[in-house]
Design a protein around this ligand. Structure first.
Ligand SMILES: Cc1cc2nc3c(=O)[nH]c(=O)nc-3n(C[C@H](O)[C@H](O)[C@H](O)COP(=O)(O)OP(=O)(O)OC[C@H]3O[C@@H](n4cnc5c(N)ncnc54)[C@H](O)[C@@H]3O)c2cc1C
Length: 389
């Protein structure tokens, strides 16, 4: 049962990418904060596992995200300096686009390649436009066609999501946050001047609550009908020429090679000590319940990655997937994040840093959300994400 003396100003439900950042920044502001999670984060049941996430500064999803990712990079580096842990590796980032690729709705919107380039120009983000021949020469595993174009961003790279979450939670506890792991919220309601969070270990009370529950949020908040929960698969493919896939020779990449949203794949250099090269597609199945996910990956799905995406585009890989895992995307139709008041009360805030690209922004999002909640000016403008009441 819960300690009856727990005393909180704010309860954060969900300690994944967003919740771990938020609980840290609130605690550092001196707020009495309690964070709860139904699992023991970092874990492999939500949206933040699989060892790596891409980060890129010219965010083709829209320029409102650029200050968030820039600030997040500074925060990840600060947490690295504070702890000696490795949270981010700058490996470079390559976006390859076929002429038809920009008609596809990548992360909710068409024009991803063109927007990436124009945002880089507008924000002064270092980048190069590479010819297909230059890509093939500099990065031997890549085989872009002669009609494809490529954007290279040297400051792009890879985040280590499980370490980011673990480190932020550790720093939050050091700053005074109270964390309750394996504690599941059953419901949250306004009560008097505050809120009551019903959990499987008893009721917690506080002035306000924030739900950062990832793939579980749509089921907890009927007010968010535009969020869908999708099952995604990550694969690790055996390299035949391992050196071609090490950082330096192989940047993190996105490749938009056709006119449909599913004509895209992305991948990572071998920076995480694993034997395989991590690759994934934008193919997914919609879920009705994140508690009932088929976590097995059919051989046909692995073969489709090799046949429909890898073949003719990457060389130096064996035609063999070593292992695969499933992950949950929460997707807004417009590719945006959601920060919304609960329909019953402003004292409950719903947050989804979703749409398949949220991890890179989560550190700064947590910082600015903490400032927003405590009525301070926010470091990053959250206006594009806050839904009106
Ligand atoms: C396959 C895949 C690839 C991705 N690639 C990238 C990428 O390359 N770059 C990038 O920037 N982003 C990427 N993303 C997106 C990014 O990972 C997500 O946007 C981000 O991790 C979402 O974080 P979150 O905090 O919303 O959810 P989560 O990290 O899943 O956290 C939600 C937490 O809420 C908890 N919870 C839920 N319900 C309850 C309850 N009732 N009580 C208590 N706790 C509860 C869960 O246990 C969980 O810990 C990818 C996502 C996926 C799935």
């Amino acid at each position: 049962m819960l300690d009856p003396h727990i005393n909180a100003d704010v309860i954060i439900v969900g300690l994944g990418a967003v919740g771990s950042a938020l609980v840290l920044h609130l605690a550092r502001q001196g707020v009495k904060v309690v964070g709860i999670d139904r699992f023991d984060p970092p874990h492999d049941q939500g949206s933040s596992h699989g060892r790596t996430r891409i980060t890129r500064l010219a965010v083709g999803e829209g320029e409102a995200f650029v200050p968030l990712v820039q600030r997040s990079h500074a925060l990840w580096r600060r947490f690295e300096a504070e702890t000696g842990e490795r949270l981010m590796q700058t490996t470079g980032l390559l976006v390859v686009g076929a002429p038809a690729g920009d008609t596809a709705a990548y992360h909710g919107q068409a024009g991803f390649f063109a927007r990436t380039r124009s945002i880089a120009q507008r924000f002064g983000i270092e980048h190069e436009m590479l010819s297909p021949a230059a890509v093939r020469e500099r990065f031997p595993a890549f085989l872009p066609g002669d009609d494809e174009h490529a954007y290279y961003e040297p400051e792009g790279g890879v985040l280590f999501p499980e370490t980011c979450i673990r480190v932020q939670l550790m720093l939050a506890e050091r700053a005074g946050a109270r964390l309750l792991r394996r504690c599941r919220m059953q419901g949250v309601t306004p009560e008097g001047d505050g809120v009551a969070v019903q959990t499987d270990a008893g009721v917690l009370r506080a002035g306000r609550a924030v739900l950062c529950t990832g793939a579980w949020l749509p089921g907890q908040a009927a007010a968010l009908p535009r969020l869908r929960v999708l099952r995604q698969v990550l694969h690790w493919v055996e390299p035949e020429v391992p050196a071609w896939f090490d950082a330096g020779a192989f940047p993190a990449f996105l490749w938009l090679h056709g006119p449909d949203a599913s004509d895209a794949f992305y991948g990572f250099p071998r920076v995480d000590g694993q034997a395989g090269v991590k690759l994934a597609t934008e193919q997914f199945t919609q879920l009705s319940d994140p508690d009932h996910v088929d976590r097995t990956v059919a051989p046909a799905v692995e073969q489709a990655l090799l046949d429909d995406h890898v073949a003719g585009r990457l060389r130096g890989l064996a035609p063999r997937v070593l292992t695969s895992t499933t992950c949950l995307y929460t997707m807004a139709d417009d590719g945006n994040f959601v920060i919304a008041p609960h329909p019953d009360t402003e004292r409950i805030t719903l947050v989804s840093a979703c749409s398949g690209h949220g991890f890179k922004h989560s550190a700064a999002l947590g910082e600015s959300l903490a400032q927003h909640i405590t009525g301070q000016p926010t470091r990053c403008d959250l206006g594009s994400f806050i839904a009106p009441r």
